[in-house]
Design a protein around this ligand. Structure first.
Ligand code: PLP
Length: 410
């Protein structure tokens, strides 16, 4: 079906929540995709940080074909192949790179998206606080969650309430649980200290992205993450890291927080974990995870056969192909080359989660449209900001190609 026909059908029958770019993509391979007319595009947004192995990696295609022919879904009433192995791999990844790693294991709940993983993590934080209070013979119910300004945690009622961006909340305001979130400025330790000093007794958790993504890639400093750890611990609150975008090797380490010497209590993930197959997950240290008992939470599709098989293959391939190393090397090269472009004011990010902030002469959304014409998939997160989340297999040659084209466009 042609782009025009597809546009007509979507106009009539699909809800208009996305301002789609005028292109119909039909095929992909590695760093490239092709449209219905056969035109090739170099992909520097990777399905918004999802396509970790590149488009249609042969190992992932093979896994999905074989799994689809074998067993697709039986529900969480049963054991299936690969689920325990995947959770065990995630446990090892969560313990990597940490000078402060503790012996305690992590347990994982498999969900379907980032928002769902965050919403579940929030419920666990509240339940954990309740249990602690009950064990201490108190009837107090701490329910507040500290978040960061400019955060993004998803589009469900609960995660939208946690998303401290008035522009995204406005249409639904007042959200039922909006008042249970306390947004503070990122990397401002004094403001965080003050918030805990004033509200500590009512706080059950802090939820933050170690590298904020949707607002234009702003990493939290190590000092800030350490302060968040100290204050949550002192106040018997759980520390939740939303690694939906910055996790799963996007930043060159298994998780984005591993650039700092800090251990959270709960970590949420999604996007790149299954390389394009929908999957969310969240892991909690065993001590916290044990608050969840059979029957207390569930999901029909979460942790089903296709997603589990895909995620196992993604993690195995990342290891077998040395992709973490590639992310570190090519990410550093990308940041260096972006910095040399005209009109660039600042380049931010870690690994292959990068943003370039331009001066006011550059209209980023217009650059994205011109780039599409020129065969390049880009993303603007603000009027002067471009964000880059390419597949983790991106090479230096791909970066050179991007920079040459951006040079012409700018
Ligand atoms: C940090 C972060 N958290 C949560 C979400 C929501 O994930 P999903 O769209 O899979 O629900 C996103 C999506 O971009 C995200 O970047």
């Amino acid at each position: 079906m042609s782009l025009q026909q597809q546009q007509q059908l979507e106009e009539a029958y699909v809800m208009h929540t996305f301002g789609r770019k005028p292109v119909e993509l039909v095929r992909g391979e590695g760093m490239r995709v092709w449209d219905d007319a056969g035109k090739e595009y170099l992909d520097f947004i990777g399905g918004i940080g999802v396509i970790s192995l590149g488009h249609c990696h042969p190992a992932l295609v093979k896994t999905l074909q074989e799994q689809a022919a074998k067993l697709m879904h039986v529900s969480n009433y049963y054991y299936i192949e690969g689920r325990g192995e995947l959770a065990q791999k995630i446990n090892s990844l969560l313990k990597q790179n940490l000078r402060c790693a503790h012996a305690e294991d992590w347990q994982t709940f498999f969900a379907n998206s980032g928002a769902e993983a965050n919403a579940c993590a929030i419920t666990l934080a509240r339940l954990d606080a309740r249990w602690q209070q009950e064990a201490a013979g108190s009837s107090a119910r701490p329910q507040l969650i500290v978040t960061l300004q400019r955060s993004f945690h998803g589009r469900t009622c609960e995660t939208l309430a946690a998303t401290a961006q008035p522009v995204k909340q406005e249409a639904f305001s007042p959200l039922p649980t909006e008042k249970l979130y306390v947004p503070v400025p990122a990397n401002d330790i004094d403001a965080l200290e003050q918030t805990f000093a004033e509200l500590g007794n009512d706080i059950c958790g802090m939820l933050l992205e170690p590298v904020q993504g949707e607002c234009g890639v702003y990493p939290c400093t190590e000092e800030y993450l350490k302060a968040a750890r100290r204050l949550t611990r002192e106040n018997d609150a759980v520390l939740i890291f939303d690694e939906v975008q910055c996790g799963m090797f996007r930043c060159g380490t298994p998780f984005g927080f591993q650039h700092a010497d800090v251990q959270p209590d709960i970590v949420t993930m999604a996007k790149g974990i299954a390389g394009g197959v929908p999957m969310g997950a969240w892991s909690a240290r065993t001590k916290v995870a044990k608050v969840f008992e059979p029957g207390i939470h569930g999901s029909t599709f979460g942790g089903s056969c296709l997603a589990i098989a895909a995620a196992n293959t993604v993690l195995d391939t990342i290891e077998a192909e040395g992709i973490a190393q590639n992310v570190q090397e090519v990410g550093a090269y990308l940041r260096e080359k972006l910095d040399e472009l005209p009109h660039v004011k600042e380049v931010r990010g870690l690994g292959l989660m990068v943003a370039a902030e331009f001066d006011e002469s550059v209209d980023a959304p217009a650059v994205v449209l011109a780039a599409l014409e020129a065969g390049l998939l880009l993303n603007a997160t603000g009027p002067h900001t471009l964000r880059f989340l390419p597949p983790l297999v991106c090479t230096r040659e791909d970066v050179d190609d991007l920079i040459a084209r951006l040079h012409d466009l700018l």
